[in-house]
Design a protein around this ligand. Structure first.
Ligand code: URA
Length: 193
C-alpha cells in the first residue's frame, strides 16, 4: 500500500466509535523517509480541527524540544499518534480504541522504517515499548527490538503541567541526540545540493 492509499483509507476509517465525533483524522506529518519517528497519544482539540499532530502549546513545546537537538518536524522526523481520532474531552484513548487503530501506525512504521522511535508519554510507551512501562521510572531508557531503538520522553502536555520534569527531559533529549549520531548520523547530514 502506498502512502497516499494509506492516508486515504485512514481518513475513511470507522473501526471504532471515535470517527463519529472527529472533525478530521490526524494521520501524521513530517519526513516519510526519516530515521527518527515520534509517536504521541492521540489528537486533542486543535489537532482535531487542523488534522495535524501536536499543534497548540504542546506542539510548540515539542518543536522547541526537537530544536534543542537539531531536529524539526518538517525535515528529519516523522510524527504520528497511537489513535488518529480525538477522544472526546481529551480523555485517554480506550484500550479498545488503541487496538482498533494500531494497524494504521504499524503500516506507517513499515513505510518509514525508522531506526529510532521516540514515544511521547505513557500511553504511547505502554503500547509501543512494553505494557510494564512506567514513564516516571523508565523515560530515557533504551529498548532494542529487531534492530530498532525505542525510548520515551515525558509528554509535552505533562511538561507544561509540571515544569520540574524539564531538566530530566533535557538530559533525555541529549541522550537521544547521542543515539542518533551513533545509529543514524545522516539525520544530521546537510541535505545534498
Ligand atoms: N497530544 C498527542 O499525543 N498527540 C497529538 O497529536 C497532540 C497532542
Amino acid at each position: 500500500m502506498t502512502w497516499e492509499e494509506l492516508e486515504l483509507s485512514c481518513g475513511m476509517c470507522k473501526k471504532c466509535a471515535l470517527y463519529e465525533t472527529r472533525t478530521k483524522p490526524v494521520f501524521g506529518v513530517g519526513n516519510r523517509e526519516a530515521d527518527v519517528m515520534l509517536i504521541g497519544e492521540g489528537p486533542g482539540e486543535r489537532e482535531d480541527l487542523t488534522g495535524e499532530p501536536f499543534v497548540g502549546r504542546g506542539g510548540k513545546l515539542l518543536d522547541d524540544m526537537l530544536e534543542i537537538i537539531g531536529l524539526s518536524r518538517s525535515s528529519n522526523v516523522y510524527i504520528a499518534n497511537i489513535v488518529k481520532c480525538r477522544p472526546p474531552s481529551n480523555r485517554d484513548p480506550l484500550n479498545t480504541e488503541q487496538s482498533a487503530c494500531i494497524d494504521w501506525l504499524r503500516r506507517q512504521f513499515a513505510l518509514v522504517k525508522p531506526k529510532i522511535v521516540v514515544c511521547l508519554g505513557r500511553i504511547a510507551a505502554g503500547r509501543v515499548i512494553t505494557e510494564e512501562f512506567k514513564i516516571t521510572r523508565d523515560h530515557g531508557k533504551w529498548y532494542e527490538k529487531n534492530g530498532v531503538w525505542f525510548t520515551a520522553l515525558f509528554h509535552p502536555a505533562a511538561l507544561l503541567r509540571d515544569p520540574n520534569r524539564r531538566p530530566e527531559t533535557f538530559g533525555d533529549l541529549k541522550e537521544i541526540e547521542r543515539k542518533i549520531r551513533e545509529v543514524c548520523p545522516a539525520t544530521y547530514a546537510p541535505a545534498a545540493e
